[in-house]
Every structure is written in C-alpha cells, then in structure tokens.
Ligand binder design. Sequence first.
Ligand code: ATP
Ligand code: F6P
Ligand code: MG
Length: 488
Amino acid sequence: MSTENGCAEPKLVTGDAGYVLEDVPHLSDYIPDLLTYPNPLQNHHAYSVVKQYFVNVDDSVTEKIVVGRSSPRGTHFRRAGPRQKVCFESDEVLACIVTCGGLCPGLNTVIRELVCGLHDMYGVNSILGIEDGYKGFYSRNTIPLRPKVVNDIHRRGGTILGTSRGGHNTSKIVDSIQDRGINQVYIIGGDGTHKGAAMIFEEIRRRGLKVAVVGIPKTIDNDIPVIDKSFGFDTAVEEAQRAINAAHVEAESIENGIGVVKLMGRDSGFIAMYATLASRDVDCCLIPESPFFLEGPGGLFEHIKNRLKENGHMVLVIAEGAGQDLLRESMKDASGNKQLQDVGFWISQKIKDHFSKEKKMPVNLKYIDPTYMIRAIPGNASDNVYCTLLAHSAIHGAMAGFTGFTVGPVNARHAYIPFYRIIERQNKVGITDRMWARLLSSTNQPSFLDAKDVAESKKEKPPSSQLLSDDDGENLHRENHSGKSYFL
Ligand SMILES: Nc1ncnc2c1ncn2[C@@H]1O[C@H](COP(=O)(O)OP(=O)(O)OP(=O)(O)O)[C@@H](O)[C@H]1O
Ligand SMILES: O=P(O)(O)OC[C@H]1O[C@](O)(CO)[C@@H](O)[C@@H]1O
Ligand SMILES: [Mg+2]
C-alpha cells in the first residue's frame, strides 16, 4: 500500500504510555522466507571484543527529548547499528553508491567510509560507483570502488563520483539496478534526492526484488527534517567565517564602510544564522524565512544608518534565498528547484543607491560572494567523524535487511527514519524560536515583523530540527492537529 506521495504506508508499532515506533520497511515485508545469517562482525577482530556491540532488536530513539511529567512517550525511530542476524552473505552483496544534487563538504568521506566499511566490517568486495547522479544509472558505465581507490578521497572536496540535478527516471534506474544485479543501493543526497529514492524503493518493492535502498542525507542548507543536522553544515559555517571576517576588516577600515556577504541557503537560512551567531561581527542577518523591508521606520536602511552613526561601519549577511519576493520572478533548475536571483548584488546596489542620496553619509560598500567556496571544500574533523558514523549506520541497516530508510542522528543517537518523514517537509529556521531571538538580540537588528506577522508565523510554524533546540530544555512544545510536537 502506498500513500499519496508514493511512499510505503507508515509501519507503526504502538507500546505502553503512548509509545509509537515509526518503523522502516524490511525486505521480509515483501519477500517471504528471506534467509538470515549470523553477522560476520561476531568474529571480527575489532568488533567482537566490544561488549554489547549489537543493538537490541527493539532499541529505539525518541524524537521528542524534552518532555513533561505526564507527556506520552511519543514517536520513536528504530535505533541504527549492527544486528546479530544479517540478510545478505558477504559474497552475495553487490552494492552501488550514487551522489545527487549540489555539493557538500564530506561527500567523499561518506563514499570512502561506505566502501571501507562494507569491505572491512562485512567482507564485501563488489561495490560500484554510479557516475553523475541518478542519470548515471542508465547513461554511464559504473566504476569499481575498492578501499585502495578511495583511500585518500576524504581530503578532497566535491564527489569523486560526480553529481547532477534532474534526470530521475525511476523505471530506467530500477531496470539498471536489476540488470546489473545490484542488491544494495546507497543514495547520498538532499530532499529532492530522497523523493527520487522513495520512488526507486517503491518500484523495487513492486517488482519484489531483494534490493535494500538506503538514503544518506546530504544538504549544505540543513533543510532535511527530523535529523539533528546534516553533514558538511559545520564545515560550511566555519568557512563562512573567513568571508565575514574579510567583510568586517574591509568595513571597519574605511569611513562608513559596509561589508555585505551572501551565503548559501535557498529556502532555509541556517548557514547565515549560525555563521552570524558564530562571528559576532555581523550587524544584520537576512534569511528566507524572515521577510524584510528597506524603507521607512523599522526598515533595513534605517538600521544601517543607525549602525553607521554608532560604529562607523556595519556588516550585513544575507542568505541567497532571502528577499526573493522583492526581486524579479525566478526560473527553475533541472530538478525543479527555483533558481535564485543574486540578492547580494541586488541589495548592495539598493544600499548604494539609497545612501548616495543621503548627502551627509556617502558609504563604501564591499560585496563578498563566497557562495560556492563554502561547499566545495573537504569536511572538517567533526564532519568527517559524522560522515563515518552515517556510512556505518547505513551499512548495518542494509546488511540487516532494512530498506526504504534514511540514516541520521536524532537527539545525538543514530536512527533509521522512513523516507516519508524526510520528504514530507523542509527543515526551516523558526523565526519564533529562541535561536532566532538570540540572533536578533546579538545583532540588534529589527525583526521586520509586526505583532500580526508574529501571530501568523506561530500558527504556521513547522517542527524544528534539533539544531534549534536548547540543550537546557528551554524549548516549549505545543501539539498541532496531527498530535506532532512543535518547538515554539
Ligand atoms: N520529486 C522528485 N521525484 C523524483 N526525483 C526527484 C524529485 N525531485 C528531485 N529529484 C531528483 O533528485 C536529484 C537531486 O535533486 P535536487 O537537485 O533537488 O537536489 P537535492 O537532493 O535536494 O540536494 P541539494 O538541495 O542539497 O542540492 C535530481 O536528480 C532530481 O531529478
Ligand atoms: O549547485 P547549484 O545548481 O548551483 O545550486 C545551488 C544551490 O544548491 C544548494 O547548495 C543546495 O541546495 C543551495 O544552497 C543553492 O541554492
Ligand atoms: Mg534540495
């Protein structure tokens, strides 16, 4: 049975005190008499010594971590990790790896760790790289991947497999998987990629194939829901500091200096928000989730003027998707994503034009656009470790026969999340969250919101990722009509 978006019907398991497990599909759901084998890790020189290395069959990870005394236990996901039994013998596995969508720091690390993890932990030697994203399944030859081939790729940015947008043809992709005899498909990509992965999984299930389909969430924008944050995000925020620092140095070295930095973030302004909070030199941060205006009281020009009067300089960070409603109509890319106008250039021009009319305040504006520089780099140390965990969790899940799932940390514990939860919405900055309030208070910028806007955004607010939540449990929760808990 499929849902409206083509995904498998949710597999819900209920328990005591309002416990719900949103489980992931398993090959045995549609393949009767599926054989199982002892996990080879039981005899592995490294892992066999680990006490309780295998996860318990009913271990799960809670989605909601801040609870009240009488709160129901709520939604849980299956805990990631190795199982005592696997559904594939090592020499039976033919795995493939594909990377889709935009680049992200750490992509090569995930590829490396998938290849090395399959080989080192499970003795799998047959792994194929699919070149150039989804269309590579049916338009390109595959490349064999062995640990030696991928040994030092984590030091390089980009993806050694290449990537693309568009070109998703489900039946041609599944034909290619079937013809080549592939039985584990590792798909690394963002929200669009996961919509494609869900369709591949459904078609594989319809054909009754013993093929595990696994998604590994990748997005520089951190727009994938449920998981704590996406790999490469920290690296990108760190790299953005260099651009903001340069803008600050330029701005403070000249009278009425203004530094404008444009950062990535098509629909979600996480990079701009975190880069701003990290830097502390930013006087205004504009993101897609928070509409703004230029003229009049409470507008951007007034804020700039005040800041120049107070400090003699100011730094503005703008996410590429901010203020697009003020610009011309945008086009679509091959995947159907809106192609953005250069809002950094536009706002720089607007600021210059406005202040050129203010005779007593000529400004010196420098515009820095590090857009691709923050994503075309290798992952930093912490992202590299994160990528290793993602790859290993993905492998354990596929070997155990789970399919149609995405792997990722939920409240710091790796879990298997059904595809439909990943593709049902995008993760966005909540402008009524405390994190955005912290940003407003740190930059001292106007909120550009009136009381009516605040009420509206509280009404529409989607659930936030853990990136926004407070470790100290400050976040308040409310229940929406579907009973899901939303951060306030
Ligand atoms: N609705 C969809 N159904 C099937 N395939 C899709 C869908 N949306 C996107 N895809 C496919 O997924 C791939 C990547 O999609 P997209 O370009 O949107 O990037 P993404 O995965 O969202 O990553 P990012 O946004 O981080 O760059 C493309 O090959 C595209 O054809
Ligand atoms: O890689 P492209 O097609 O230039 O697209 C850039 C887009 O990709 C992203 O990096 C991820 O979706 C966005 O931040 C950005 O708008
Ligand atoms: Mg996307």
